[in-house]
Design a protein around this ligand. Structure first.
Ligand code: SF4
Length: 340
């Protein structure tokens, strides 16, 4: 697979391998091509971030990993620990969810059942697997303590509306981890939270992934959120991978104009405070009406004629260190700092 994004060097055999994944949906306006030829791999205990604006295909990719897109047309392969997720029987897929791979949803309020107690919901993944009520409760109390719920024995019988947004997200993380999965997919877990609470949730996920040796795929639109969290990052735009590498390399040696635009729009903690933050002009395209050639070309200040007609492949350019899908990536790799 020439557009594969490897796991980090020395990470060994991949736990999750996604190869040439394409996802489309029928719509009244024709077929929506949400994801096009995406490949990546995640090693055991690795933390990987998938970053992109709304409509980039990152959440759709994440949902496909757990077989959560029943109406989509999916091609390519999704392998988890050597098993093909798309062809496994429905009963095996249900067993995989929660036990091996679990999901932290973006909006805990709508993901939690408002009429069931927190304790009941945290126990559920264990009860489904036949764990006794008594043991499930004991493990749920331990898990609630591990995610930072104060006085878990007292809060066990509370309902979701009695928890703050940050505490509800901690409960979601408890539900994702209680089955001791090997991979957690966290889909914009901090979007609905204020900056301080969001930082605590990211720190919590980091600590728990280290302590429990769990791999994490963290989906976000904000490169700043995953700076100290992820080992590697994959940047998506309009359903394609634009750039992928180790997180430090992305911050210091990005060779894609879209990534540079994302980086330049981050607030800085050093130097003078700018009057206005830099932004990427224009808006992401609709997946049902993608521009020809490089889908980023209407917004790119480095656009060439070739960009309007030819879709750039994801590859390591001459003198480059990591894959980028850009016709001028080779020039950017030779001109460090040209866009900074
Ligand atoms: Fe910009 Fe062209 Fe590179 Fe696309 S291929 S990011 S339009 S320079």
């Amino acid at each position: 697979m020439d557009n594969a994004v490897p796991t980090r060097p020395g990470a060994g055999t991949a736990l999750l391998e996604v190869e040439d994944l394409s996802i489309s949906f029928p719509s009244p306006n024709g077929t929506v091509h949400a994801v096009n030829g995406v490949s990546f791999a995640v090693a055991p205990r690795e933390r990987m971030a998938i970053v992109g604006e709304s409509g980039s295909g990152k959440s759709v990719t994440a949902q496909a990993l757990l077989g959560l897109l029943p109406t989509a047309t999916i091609s390519g392969r999704i392998m988890f620990d050597g098993h093909d997720v798309q062809t496994m029987p429905a009963s095996d897929l249900r067993a995989l969810r929660g036990a091996e791979m679990s999901y932290v949803f973006q909006d805990p309020l709508s993901s939690l059942d408002p009429v069931r107690t927190i304790g009941d919901q945290v126990c559920q993944p264990l009860r489904i697997r036949g764990v006794s009520r008594k043991e499930a409760k004991a493990r749920a109390l331990d898990m609630l303590a591990a995610v930072g719920i104060p006085d878990p024995a007292r809060r066990y019988g509370d309902y979701p509306h009695q928890f703050s947004g940050g505490m509800r997200q901690r409960v979601m993380i408890a539900m994702a981890l209680i089955g001791e999965p090997r991979l957690v997919i966290a889909d914009e877990p901090t979007t609905a939270l204020d900056v301080r609470v969001a930082a605590k949730i990211v720190d919590l996920l980091y600590a728990l992934s280290e302590e429990r040796e769990v791999a994490v795929v963290f989906i976000t639109h904000d490169l700043g959120v995953v700076a100290g969290f992820a080992d590697r990052v994959m940047v998506m735009y309009a359903g394609r991978v634009m750039e992928a590498c180790a997180i430090d390399e992305l911050y210091y040696r990005s060779i894609h104009p879209y990534t540079l635009g994302l980086l330049q729009s981050l607030p800085r903690v050093t130097g003078p405070i700018p009057e206005q933050l830099s932004t990427i002009g224009g808006r992401p395209p609709s997946p049902s009406d993608l521009p020809s050639g490089c889908a980023f070309h209407p917004r790119c200040r480095y656009v060439r004629d070739v960009c309007r007609t030819d879709t750039p492949a994801l590859r390591i350019p001459p003198n480059g260190q990591h894959p980028s899908a850009c016709h001028v990536a080779g020039w950017l790799a030779e001109e460090p700092g040209v866009l900074r």
